[in-house]
Design a protein around this ligand. Structure first.
Ligand code: MN
Length: 308
């Protein structure tokens, strides 16, 4: 159980943080005033991997503070129990994310949490509600324009994809190593004033095997959705945000993957009219910074013109 992971280490992590007393606690990164948030009907996020150094907590906090929705799905691997079991790592920013999610539930956002394979210890609570959060093994989501989507983490298909479970662990170790590398590269890039660089984005285009694996995975998941008679599927797990349209027995099946917050930093959103979109948050942040810079330039020019 989760208690085992934290017992003895509780409150003695690197930063000395512990789980906060929610009602009295304020996050270490303060929440900005709730103005100008982009409002969506639905938001899907997954593969946050809280409890690991790979988690891009600051970017996720920026995302959560910039958007709002009626419903939010946490599509698995939110907390990384595998890593926490080996080494307890829980900085304040990770508390801040939990705080923000609980706060959303309190404000009336419907939150559905579908545990993944890294947080499978929560699967035993499927069907229960905690702090306004519904824990489910999978869910069905009806879009505003009447499509029915199956929502699940996606590790259910590993057995089809990989013949042995140990392969998943080898893959995991390799992945952690690569992410460590990617993290270091980005620390240096930030220091040099260069934009965020995504390893998996490059890998997806450069590594043939990865492309084949991902392509096959997407097909397998879409076929399973078609067999369930739904219009599409939303999943996470493989850390590759993607939309693909498949045809199965003359019927369209949508495949949506909401990506991850380890290095892609993506979310899937449904607009009020049912239109869906994958947001690549580093790009959204860059766009926002550019808009702010343009506004500032415009404002300066106006002042100069006024003074002349
Ligand atoms: Mn997973």
């Amino acid at each position: 159980m989760f208690g085992d992971y934290i017992q003895g280490n509780f409150g003695t992590s690197d930063t000395g943080s512990a789980f906060p007393d929610f009602d009295r606690h304020e996050p270490s990164i303060p929440e900005p005033a709730k103005v100008g948030r982009r409002k969506f009907r639905t938001i899907w996020v997954s593969d946050i991997h809280l409890g690991t150094k790979g988690c891009n907590a600051e970017l996720l906090i920026d995302f959560l503070d910039s958007v709002d929705s009626e419903t939010m799905y946490l599509v698995g691997d939110i907390i990384d129990g595998w890593r926490l079991k080996k080494k307890f790592y829980w900085p304040d920013a990770h508390n801040d994310i939990i705080w923000r999610i609980l706060k959303r539930a309190k404000r009336g956002t419907r939150i559905v949490y579908i545990p993944g394979n890294h947080d499978e210890m929560f699967r035993q609570f499927s069907g229960l509600n905690f702090g306004g959060i519904e824990i489910r093994r999978a869910a069905f989501h009806d879009t505003a324009d009447g499509r029915r989507l199956m929502v699940l983490h996606g590790d259910e298909f590993d057995a089809v994809m990989l013949s042995h479970r140990w392969l998943a662990f080898v893959g995991d170790a390799l992945y952690v190593f690569m992410m460590g590398l990617s993290h270091k590269v980005n620390v240096i890039r930030r220091w040099l004033g260069l934009p965020y660089w995504s390893l998996s984005k490059m890998a997806k285009h450069k590594v043939k095997n990865a492309v084949e694996f991902i392509g096959k995975y997407e097909e397998v998941v879409a076929r399973a959705a078609a067999e369930r008679g739904v219009d599409g599927v939303v999943c996470g797990h493989i850390h590759t945000a993607e939309f693909r349209l498949f045809e199965q027995n003359g019927k369209n099946v949508e495949y949506w993957n909401d990506g991850d917050w380890v290095e892609g930093c993506n979310a899937l959103v449904e607009h009020m009219d049912g239109r869906m979109e994958i947001l690549h948050w580093p790009e959204e942040m860059a766009k926002r910074d550019q808009d702010a810079a343009e506004d500032a330039t415009f404002e300066n020019e106006r002042k100069v013109a006024e003074a002349a």
